[in-house]
Design a protein around this ligand. Structure first.
Ligand code: ATP
Length: 516
């Protein structure tokens, strides 16, 4: 598996992702997509939009769906009336518990700080030590080495006394004053430097207009979903959608994460791709299973390795109070299995909250319902909620490969051709004998159909390597024979196999393989 260091370095070197405002030292939790990154991200978002919304066939039930359904889109403002966030529960409840280390001045999310102690496996050969240690990590995903790393010296001193030790997690230790006094925070020289956990609201606050007082407070949306709920009535009134139907939205979201980390995985500014799917309460669980499985399959179809993907159904005590069912699509990143997307049956919770708060009747009128007494109701909602930055990161991690070609090491991004930033590169074998002119003509034809790159500088092998690192699936070389029979060499990125085909066939060949 690729290490994060290698991936971050490739992203920087080849212009996929840069730290935001880097020349000023960056801004924690914010990232800029470079020339290759922006194409990759646009392709991920376009694939989502086309597959879920734009190319949806409203007349036929897709495989596995209980029936045919409608899909439409929205693009809502990032700033919304603050009452939206009161009603949704974000003002009161969108909190993470945070703790500070008074010695190192570092802030942590309490639920992501694992507290453990070194416990002797056999108390006759090793002695217990009362020290507790805290390390960043999420339960179940962090390898032991990472937990030990911030405390290596102190832990070595304990294990030097002899005997075998195991790491024993101490749940809820941060809430307990007496236990907290014994905890060594990462990088702290003495125990007891962590504060008790406090609630921290993740929404970014701003002011709208010239006055900066309570009456002008607004929030940068922490999710795109609420824009869909508050427009539910508008969509019903202006389109011919009938239940069941879905509304998709793609756009920026902002969360003042306590601890942005793992590259773009947890950022403060990111993009979401969300669907709210409205259906009858009685059918909600069927639709939940449909969306859960369909969203999982989407990542498989776009090339993520199935052995690194898993669907994790939440158990009862993990479910939010309003959710009837929830599952996460998780990917095995270099830092462990982590959430790519959540799919939840949110019941009628959100529409009910907005109906109560706004005083507007948001009930749907179902003219297909045979019983007149049941025709007006609040539909149930299935929400598949994905992040495009996390998806891009997963596609990059999965695509990163180091292999050997003709005795030479190469780095190649085996991205699905549909996602590849550049679909084809055109090279003249050498920069003379009319080859550049013929290659340029071909390049100009191809770039009208898909993103194409032209390069005539340097040895041909180096030009191939550069495109391998960029994830370009096809390289087309114009050589001496081209000038007589108009055939070119087309090299496939992953296998390095070369085929010969007529220049006029290249466009259709690449289009066919890029698909979508
Ligand atoms: P987490 O538990 O990782 O904080 P969450 O369960 O709060 O995520 P949701 O509120 O369900 O996340 O958001 C839906 C999706 O939005 C996530 O699956 C993820 O892809 C994306 N997302 C959420 N927070 C972030 C973030 N800070 N940076 C990047 N993507 C994010």
């Amino acid at each position: 598996m690729v290490s994060m260091d290698k991936l971050v370095s490739l992203c920087k070197r080849r212009g996929f992702i840069f730290p935001s405002s880097e020349i000023y030292g960056g801004l924690n939790g914010c990232w800029d997509y470079g020339p290759l990154g922006v194409e990759l991200k646009r392709n991920v978002k376009a694939a989502w939009w086309d597959d879920m919304v734009g190319h949806h066939d409203r007349t036929t039930a897709p495989a596995g769906a209980p029936s045919a359904f409608d899909m439409v889109g929205l693009d809502c403002a990032i700033l919304m009336n603050p009452e939206v966030w009161e009603a949704s529960g974000h003002v009161g409840g969108f909190n993470d518990p945070m703790v500070d280390c008074r010695e190192t001045n570092t802030r942590y999310r309490a639920d992501q700080l694992l507290v453990f102690r070194m416990e002797p496996v056999d108390s006759t050969t090793a002695t217990a030590d009362q020290s507790l240690f805290a390390s960043p990590g999420e339960a179940g995903v962090t390898p032991d080495d990472d937990l030990i790393a911030p405390h290596r010296k102190r832990i070595k001193a304990i294990t030097k006394k002899g005997g075998d030790y195991r790491l024993t997690p101490i749940p809820d230790a941060l809430q307990d004053d007496a236990l907290r006094a014994r905890i060594f925070a990462p990088g702290a020289s003495e125990p007891g430097t962590l504060t008790a956990p406090r609630a921290f609201n993740l929404m970014f606050k701003t002011h709208v207009g010239a006055l900066e007082d309570n009456s002008s407070v607004a929030y940068l949306r922490p999710e795109t979903a609420q824009g869909i709920f508050v427009n539910f009535k508008n969509v019903c009134d202006t389109t011919r959608v009938k239940i069941p139907f879905g509304i998709g939205q793609l756009g920026k979201a902002f969360r003042n994460e306590i601890n942005p980390r793992n590259f773009t995985f947890r950022s403060r500014e990111f993009e979401q791709m969300e669907i709210e799917f409205f259906c009858r309460a009685a059918d909600a669980e069927d639709w939940y299973r449909y969306w859960r499985d369909r969203r999982f399959q989407w990542y498989v179809d776009l090339g993520l390795s199935t052995e690194k993907l898993r669907l994790r159904e939440h158990d009862e005590n993990e479910l939010a109070h309003y959710a009837a069912s929830c599952a996460d699509v998780e990917y095995e990143f270099p830092f462990g299995f982590s959430e790519l997307e959540g799919i939840a049956n949110r019941t009628d919770f959100d529409l009910r909250r907005h109906m109560d708060s706004s005083g507007k009747d948001l009930r749907y009128f179902d003219d297909q319902e045979p019983d007149p007494a049941k025709r007006r109701y609040l539909p149930y909602v299935i929400e598949p909620s994905a992040g495009s930055d996390r998806a891009v990161l997963a596609f990059l991690c999965d695509a990163y490969t180091e292999d050997e070609v003709a005795g030479e090491l190469r780095t190649v991004l085996k991205l699905h051709p549909r996602l590849a930033p550049i679909k084809a590169a055109v090279f003249p074998l050498v920069k003379k004998d009319g080859m550049p002119e013929r290659a340029l003509t071909l390049y100009r034809q191809l770039r009208q159909q898909f993103s194409t790159f032209y390069d005539e500088k340097g040895a041909i092998g180096r030009r191939y390597r550069r495109q391998d690192e960029a994830g370009t699936p096809f390289c087309i070389t114009v050589d001496g024979d081209t000038l007589t029979d108009d055939t070119v060499t087309l090299r496939e990125r992953d296998s390095c196999e070369q085929i010969r085909l007529r220049a006029e066939e290249v466009g259709a060949y690449v289009r066919d393989r890029v698909g979508g």
